[in-house]
Design a binder for this molecule. Structure first.
Ligand code: SF4
Length: 434
């Protein structure tokens, strides 16, 4: 069969910051021999008007769901068979099923070969789901799928899935349950070592989801000889010896979900643990002292947040000369406790907002308590523009401990900031879908 895997774009404009769709590389590697697999990534290339395929596999995230359904409906009108999977289809399989011949719920490992063989035999079933979450030993990624597509040059790698925390706005528990699975350390390190170039990024939602496993990984990572980045929960930095291990293992950048300074907002998001250890400033100083750049993310719109919460976060991000930062309106992602609560309280603006033709990127999708939805959206957009203003980029470049400590880090600092500066303006106010 000719199998085409499709990564939809969220909106109509091409992305300048697209990274390789790792999950589709896993599907390609899992496809039984004798089939031809190709990738169409709409973020970097157009979807052919007359796609030729015996089976189309479309991955979905909440922001791409509307476009995924448009594409799927078009393919099916032309008689192509469509299988849908990914985060959004796993969270809302009934919604996805209206646009697909089959829906894969959860991790595709373990069920994809069955999907392919059923499609080949003309007997696709409506749902596929592994009886238990598959173990991650032996997971391979077919990266030949990504060649020549112009992705950002940082290759991606994954160690584990799941998280021991349960933040109110995060869909990770709905996707992976409360358990955590990780790949064998030796397989992860060998894969990283074999990647081209000197840098890579771990796509794990929290590399320290299991501290024991993470420390074992850090101990082995120097053998890979790479400079890498990862997302970590800030509690990983409470013990300074862990920060030493990060640096020794080649860590060059970390993404920290700082979220808020307000203890009440952190309590609301079930993230009070964010501020029980050393302060945000102390954690950042520990990282910077070892040459590790810090990418901070903040979220606004909890019931204790007024417009001043956005100003406070912006001032902190500038004072700390963060490498990059994300300022986000709280997003009620389906499957999260946040979504259920706002829905029960009748505070959602458009439900489902991800299918709403009136959706505008950067807008708030609910009614906040201490400001209007417009104040929230405008405050966040203002913070983004100020953080990526020329004066801010120049000011943050003065951090010679981390942001501009070498030619390589300076290039990364400038590249990341210039792409972010351009993308926030290009994406603001865009609709979802084609
Ligand atoms: S620490 Fe990160 S990955 Fe874990 S639940 Fe919270 S937001 Fe999600």
């Amino acid at each position: 069969m000719r199998i085409v895997l499709v990564q939809p774009n969220a909106g109509a404009i091409r992305a300048a910051d697209a990274m390789t769709p790792l999950a589709l590389g896993v599907l390609s590697a899992q496809t039984p021999a004798g089939h031809q697999v190709t990738l169409v990534d709409e973020r970097v290339e157009p979807v052919p008007a007359r796609l030729e395929a015996d089976l189309v596999g479309i991955t979905t995230q909440t922001y791409t769901a509307r476009r995924a359904y448009q594409l799927a409906d078009g393919f099916r009108r032309r008689g192509l068979r469509v299988v849908m999977g990914g985060h959004h289809a796993s969270l809302l399989p009934d919604e996805a099923a209206a646009h697909a011949d089959a829906v894969v719920i959860g991790d595709a490992e373990g069920v994809w070969p069955r999907v392919v063989s059923d499609a080949g035999a003309g007997r696709l079933r409506p749902r596929y789901q592994a009886a238990t979450p598959p173990a991650l030993q032996g997971v391979r990624i077919d990266r030949s799928l990504f060649e020549g597509k112009g992705y950002l040059r940082w290759p991606l790698v994954q160690f584990g899935r799941g998280c021991r925390h349960a933040c109110d706005f995060c869909s990770i528990h709905a996707l992976h349950g409360s358990g955590y699975r990780h790949r064998p350390v030796d397989e992860t390190v060998a894969e990283l070592a074999a990647l081209p170039g000197r840098s890579a990024f771990f796509v794990d939602d929290n590399l320290f989801a299991d501290p024991v496993a993470a420390l074992a990984l850090l101990a082995a990572l120097p053998a890979a000889g790479k400079r890498w980045g990862a997302q970590l929960s800030i509690d990983a930095l409470a013990d300074e010896s862990t920060v030493d291990l990060l640096a020794a293992a080649g860590c060059g950048a970390v993404l920290l979900g700082l979220e808020s300074f307000d203890p009440e907002s952190l309590r609301e998001m079930h993230k009070s643990w964010n501020r029980t250890g050393p302060s945000y400033g102390q954690c950042i100083a520990r990282l910077r002292a070892r040459g590790i750049m810090v990418y901070g993310t903040f979220v606004f719109g909890y019931d204790h947040d007024g417009p001043e919460a956005i100003e406070e976060a912006l001032a902190f991000a500038l004072a700390q000369r963060l490498f990059v930062a994300n300022f986000n309106p709280l997003t009620p992602t389906p499957g999260t406790p946040l979504y259920q609560r706002l829905r029960a309280e009748g505070r959602l603006l458009g439900d489902p907002w991800w299918l709403d033709p009136g959706f505008r990127y950067g807008s708030a999708q609910f009614v906040p308590a201490r400001m209007t939805a417009v104040q929230l959206a405008e405050g966040v957009y203002r913070a983004r523009r100020r953080f990526y203003g020329w004066r801010s980029i120049a000011w943050r470049a003065l951090d010679r401990q981390a942001n501009t400590r070498s030619l390589g880090s300076t290039a990364l600092y400038l590249g990341a900031n210039l792409v972010s500066r351009r993308e926030i303006r290009r994406k603001q106010g865009r609709t979802l879908g084609g």
